[in-house]
Design a protein around this ligand. Structure first.
Ligand code: PLP
Length: 388
């Protein structure tokens, strides 16, 4: 008798970001001084007023299962926020699914539209979970490598086949912090418009875009794409609510209905109290996201200017999110970044995520969701590690 794990589980990787930053957390708990640039979450707590709302809701008995698709007032709050922030005509809470994090919403969307062997276009560098989730539902990730610094429509065009079913866009990008311009978005949509290809726009970081860059919604640029677009959103990064596990998908009703059916069998619904908290965040305490934005904007400038001064490092200036993506190839003179990252953590107590996990092996990702003092100390240690 053998009791192996399934072939499916063996076919994909564990999240490299969670793995490495978990290792860093463990070392820190053992008393080591660790600067963790690996974390993908704000370093501040959820605003007190949001916590209070969830606490009161618990006391009042909102501790039961909710509707599978989410509490109706939260579905409406998401629809209202979308209408206001995206400046699109959007009134339908029926086109919103509330999930346990944006991650689960993405997974349900992929399950709802993909057949085995369907191809999914994923621009590199990409968020670690996109290709793995596509594989998990039997699809085939097709990585779009840019010839220049930024992806063009011509990078996408030759990769479209009869099996292409979906293009994933993520702006601002995790890991590069890049934000697509209006013109870029319009050109990507033009390439796929005559093909039966869905669009998934992962807008997890859309509130974290720094001047002078501007974020644009695909739905505003091409309202006619609404019937073939799924928007992914989350309270995690905007409101410092990663642990509450609350996100959403906005898509045409038949797709949302299919996702509700899936969710009904998998988790029943997102956590009731997290839903109450997210509704408070999206409506009453929305301004808290502006305060977080200001802090991250300052740190963006701080880390970028400091990293630029380290010999051999080539950072990409982030336009959004809270990650600095740095080319280490010159500094490491051909040594694999992944090997260096292991040593950096063990010997110097600094955790960075090697770019190989994001489809960019010469790079490493540094989250700047850290205090300026920690950012400064971490970069000093990196500089020292490269001087040897
Ligand atoms: N999309 C991107 C690009 C992300 O970076 C993340 C989290 O790191 C998510 C989606 C999912 O976030 P959550 O599941 O916490 O809502």
């Amino acid at each position: 008798m053998s009791f192996n794990t399934s072939r499916l589980v063996s076919s994909f990787e564990e999240s490299a970001t969670l793995l490495l930053s978990g290792k860093a957390k463990k070392l820190s708990q053992q008393g080591r001084s660790i600067i963790n640039f690996g974390v993908g979450e704000p370093d501040f707590n959820t605003p007190e007023a949001i916590i209070e709302k969830a606490y009161s809701a618990a006391k009042e008995g909102q501790t039961k299962y909710t509707a599978v698709a989410g509490i109706p007032s939260l579905r409406k709050a998401v629809a209202d926020r979308l209408k206001a922030d995206y400046q699109v005509d959007f009134n339908s809470a029926d086109e919103v699914l509330i999930s346990s994090g944006g991650k689960q919403a993405i997974y349900h969307f992929l399950q709802a539209i993909l057949e085995p062997g369907d191809e999914v276009l994923i621009p590199a560098p990409y968020w670690v979970s996109f290709p793995e989730m596509v594989k998990l539902v039997g699809g085939k990730p097709v990585i779009v490598a840019s010839k220049g610094e930024r992806m063009t429509a011509e990078d996408i065009r030759p990769l479209i086949t009869k099996k292409t079913r979906l293009l994933i866009l993520n702006s601002p990008s995790n890991p590069s912090g890049m934000v697509y311009t209006k013109e870029e978005l319009a050109s990507y949509l033009k390439v796929i418009e005559s093909h039966p290809i869905w669009l998934m726009s992962d807008d997890t970081y859309y509130k974290l875009v720094y001047s002078p860059s501007e974020w644009s919604s695909v739905l505003k640029i091409r309202p006619d794409f609404r019937s073939r677009t799924c928007i992914i959103g989350s309270s995690s990064k905007t409101y410092a609510m990663t642990g509450w596990r609350l996100g959403w998908a906005v898509a045409p009703k038949p797709i949302i209905d299919a996702m509700i059916k899936l969710q009904s069998q998998v988790t029943s619904s997102a956590c009731s109290l997290s839903q109450v908290a997210a509704e408070a965040a999206l409506t009453t305490f929305h301004a808290s996201s502006d305060e977080f934005h200001q802090r991250f904007s300052k740190r963006r400038d701080f880390i970028y200017e400091k990293a630029l001064k380290i010999k051999g490092l080539k950072p990409i200036k982030p336009e959004g999110a809270f990650y600095l993506f740095v080319n280490f190839s010159e500094a490491l003179k051909g040594r694999p970044v992944a090997e260096y990252a292991e040593e950096l953590l063990e010997k110097h107590g600094v955790c960075v995520i090697p770019g190989v996990a994001f489809g960019a092996p010469d790079y490493a990702r540094l989250s700047y969701a850290l205090s300026e003092a920690d950012i400064e100390e971490g970069l000093k240690r990196i500089q020292k590690s490269l001087e040897k």
